[in-house]
Design a protein around this ligand. Structure first.
Ligand SMILES: NC(=O)c1ccc[n+]([C@@H]2O[C@H](COP(=O)([O-])OP(=O)(O)OC[C@H]3O[C@@H](n4cnc5c(N)ncnc54)[C@H](OP(=O)(O)O)[C@@H]3O)[C@@H](O)[C@H]2O)c1
Length: 237
């Protein structure tokens, strides 16, 4: 099959021929239709991740969308999202014509959402959604502050907070491009990084109308320190 191949960590991957994935018990084989490149892919392929230097060559891609070809748990033809451990453990990922993953890592998809959209949302959307719903238990009318709001996780957090009934959504962004993306995702106000932590906390507090009930933080560092100073009592993080 054709696949994207990391032949040397830290070097750009190349397109080449690679053996088809082996089917096996408790594994589902998927014909891939869309796969994103996410920060975790770049980190693993750099060879400097906390998972260690990956064995090469390997196919990168920690998630994707496709159609089941062979599976013990789903009928062939089922449209699915799937996760892989490519770059984190030996084995190949989603940036190839085919991919085989444990049955437990495959999720059937409803109709009505295009494959590239599901692939682009992927775990970034799950991270944002679970932060708001499971972790922070966002309530209707609450004020949500999203750090790194122009990123993949941040944009979904802004949009999801809106959809979940937040009263006010404030975005913290670094670059002009990120600020534009956060505004497009539905932020009521975009605050820019810069200055010292006290000044940033002041701008965040003003934008939140006093305090934030929920903070979504995919950034950490000074942004998180500033956000920690504008938390409402019993706020979610
Ligand atoms: N647990 C999970 O399942 C899960 C899933 C997805 C992501 N993540 C993690 O979440 C984090 C974000 O991922 P992502 O996909 O959203 O990344 P991304 O698309 O690269 O977005 C990161 C955003 O943070 C901004 N940013 C970076 N450093 C900043 C700083 N020092 N101050 C302010 N803003 C800063 C960037 O601004 P610019 O646009 O200006 O560069 C960018 O908009 C990563 O650590 C990722 O590993 C976890």
């Amino acid at each position: 099959m054709r696949a994207l191949l990391v032949r040397e960590p830290g070097r750009p991957p190349v397109v080449g021929e690679h053996p088809d994935p082996a089917a096996g018990p408790d594994r589902t084989t998927v014909r891939v239709t869309a796969a994103p490149v996410v920060p975790l892919d770049l980190l693993c392929a750099s060879g400097t991740s906390y998972f260690g230097r990956p064995a090469v060559p390997y196919v990168p891609g920690v998630q994707g969308v496709g159609v089941v070809e062979e599976s013990g748990v789903l009928p062939a033809g089922t449209r699915v999202w799937f996760a892989t451990s490519a770059g984190m453990a030996p084995g190949d990922g989603s940036l190839a014509e085919r991919c085989a993953v444990p049955d437990a890592d495959v999720v059937p998809l409803p109709d009505g959402v295009a494959d590239p959209a599901v692939a682009a949302l992927g775990l970034s959307a799950v991270a944002a959604w679970m932060s708001l719903t499971w972790r922070a238990r966002l309530q209707s009318g609450e004020t949500v502050l999203v750090l790194g709001a122009g990123g993949a996780v941040g944009q979904v957090a802004v949009g999801a907070a809106r959809a979940l009934g937040a009263g006010r959504v404030v975005a913290l962004c670094r670059s002009d491009a990120a600020a534009e993306r956060a505004a497009r995702a539905g932020a009521d106000e975009v605050v820019r990084t810069g200055g010292d932590v006290a000044a940033l906390a002041g701008r965040l507090g003003a934008a939140c109308g006093g305090a934030a009930d929920v903070v979504v933080d995919p950034v950490f560092g000074e942004a998180a320190t500033a956000a920690s100073r504008v938390l409402a009592p019993a706020a979610g993080w």
